[in-house]
Design a protein around this ligand. Structure first.
Ligand code: HEC
Ligand code: HEC
Length: 460
């Protein structure tokens, strides 16, 4: 089997390519990796297209700008859809017993004071990173909170009201021009500011936080990082079963995504589209042409392509009785809203929520807590209601009780390269993610419907 290159191998391969270029053509090149290089994942390959012409591996994104050796790529790897996977994190651990800079106690360990003196101690300390690719984001109770923190049940005895421990997945540092909110809780989206402004602030905070820099990066470094990450578009390009995702009228892969239209509010179902155009639940249109393929000349792919097309139709049209979702049912004041996957994943062919409105779909409910997660008990000051969650999400930014458990609707491209899913990595596979919706909204999906949905999600 082809071995997935690690981050170091990636740099090595790039330097070898540079050398080859030099010997073959007598030209020198900086450290670059070509556009549309294929990175294998469990179901095919992912490719990235950069409007800069190639992936510049000497950009500040790949430089250590802090004190612990980490770069942005430590947690945003080109091989992993610009996020990280437990599989590759484990490979990095095994390479030198957990000395790779990603294994830094500041937010890689279950507690910043965890013992990391031996290999065994490190394996324990970094187990959330190793098992689910989770980083420990630490945030205080907001000063103006309309809720009180009643108690903390933290398996690592580390969280305090000044530093709640929130285990979250790195979000992909690609396809950023489609964002309506930066970070799972939107905390890097400043009211009235541009996306570039927000990403500049994010890069600054990431350098000071994750990389423990003693001084802020220069304006030139920040611009280099933001220009770099904004240039990237990534998507699954080939599928082991369905072949090339842009064949026979398919519109998968990064090149079609580059020209995908997007603006804040595009295709919003609740009247927030600035053009006034009504919502179209068929937000995903990449594989419409695969619905009625003749079996030749690509017979071996026909069945798989038909499944992808069926999955896309399900994503667009399967009725979902949305109940108890704060951000939808309360806003509309309707106990049940019959929607679709695209009610929340409305941005055409990208799948994030096209407005910043965060939603609570129930992932952080006490009933879904696993023993490796902290559990926080809050009381809303106004109503006296008690709420138990593993992560309060947006509420730590807004201070509003209604925002407890709300997170942004995430971009769905490049999924196959970056399991596990959801902000807390609670779905190990795409089938698990589909199962979450199946039970949460009582969909009673058939096994064929589930596998069609997964076949579609894998091609994103
Ligand atoms: C130690 C791991 C780590 C490092 C190093 C790191 N990040 Fe991240 N990144 C994360 C995590 C975790 C999140 C999500 C956190 C959250 O939402 O609370 C994230 C989120 C982001 C996002 C938000 C994307 C979105 O969809 O909202 C961007 C952009 C980003 N990082 C860029 C960077 C840049 C640029 C650097 C280098 C300056 C960097 N990151 C370094 C872990 C890391
Ligand atoms: C009520 C709104 C809503 C509906 C309906 C909905 N989603 Fe989601 N989806 C979200 C939100 C919000 C998130 C991010 C949640 C989190 O991680 O905290 C998400 C995340 C995801 C993710 C994980 C993305 C990642 O980067 O980890 C997948 C996959 C997904 N949804 C697929 C689907 C599918 C398939 C359907 C239809 C069966 C669906 N969603 C219906 C709101 C919704």
């Amino acid at each position: 089997m082809f071995k997935v290159p690690s981050r170091r191998h990636f740099a090595l391969i790039a330097s070898i390519c540079t050398l080859l270029l030099f010997f073959t053509y007598g030209v020198t090149a900086d450290s670059h990796s070509p556009n549309l290089q294929a990175f294998p994942n469990g179901s095919g390959t992912l490719k990235t297209f950069s409007t800069q012409g190639s992936i510049n591996l000497s950009s500040a994104f790949f430089q250590s700008l802090g004190t612990n050796g980490r770069t942005c790529a430590s947690c945003h790897e080109p091989t992993d859809g610009w996020g990280i996977t437990p599989e590759h994190v484990q490979a990095r651990f095994d390479a030198d017993g957990g000395l790779d800079p990603i294994f830094s106690p500041v937010d890689g360990a279950v507690c910043p004071t965890a013992d990391v003196s031996t290999v065994d101690a490190r394996r324990q300390a970094y187990r959330m990173l190793l098992t689910k690719g989770l980083i420990r984001v630490s945030m205080p109770m907001p000063a103006n909170a309309a809720f009180t923190l009643e108690s903390i049940d933290d398996p690592y005895n580390c969280a305090t009201p000044q530093a709640l421990a929130l285990f979250r997945r790195p979000l992909p540092a690609t396809n950023l021009r489609f964002l309506s909110a930066v970070m799972w809780d939107g905390r890097e989206s400043a009211a009235g500011q541009s996306l570039v402004y927000d990403l500049t602030s994010q890069a600054n905070d990431a350098t000071l936080g994750h990389a423990q820099a003693s001084a802020a990066p220069t304006a030139a470094q920040l611009k280099d990082i933001v220009d770099f990450e904004m240039s990237l578009t990534s998507a699954q390009a080939t599928d082991n079963d369905a072949g090339n995702l842009d064949a026979e009228g398919g519109n998968g892969g990064p090149q079609s995504l580059v020209s995908q239209e997007f603006f804040l509010g595009i295709n919003d179902p609740l009247g927030l589209n600035p053009t006034g155009k009504p919502f179209d639940s068929s937000a995903m249109t990449m594989y419409a042409k695969w619905a009625n393929l003749n079996s030749s000349p690509n017979a071996k792919y026909s069945e798989a392509r038909a499944a992808v097309a069926r999955g896309e139709v399900l994503f667009n049209t399967l009725p979902i009785p949305i109940e108890g979702v704060a951000g939808i049912n309360d806003v509309l004041n309707q106990k049940t809203v019959i929607g679709n996957c695209t009610t929340c994943h409305d941005s055409p062919n990208v799948g994030d929520h096209s407005v910043s409105q965060p939603l609570n779909i129930g992932l952080v409910d006490a009933s879904r807590r696993t023993p490796d997660m902290p559990l926080y008990t809050f009381r809303c000051n106004l109503t006296g209601q008690t709420i138990q969650v593993t992560d309060p999400g947006r509420a730590l930014i807004s201070g509003r009780c209604e925002d407890i458990g709300k997170f942004k609707g995430a971009i769905l491209r490049g999924l196959a390269s970056r399991a596990p899913y959801f902000h807390n990595g609670s779905a190990a596979t795409l089938m698990d993610a589909v199962e979450f919706y199946n039970t949460r909204f009582n969909l009673q999906l058939s096994s064929q419907q589930k596998s069609d949905l997964v076949a579609f999600l894998k091609t994103l």
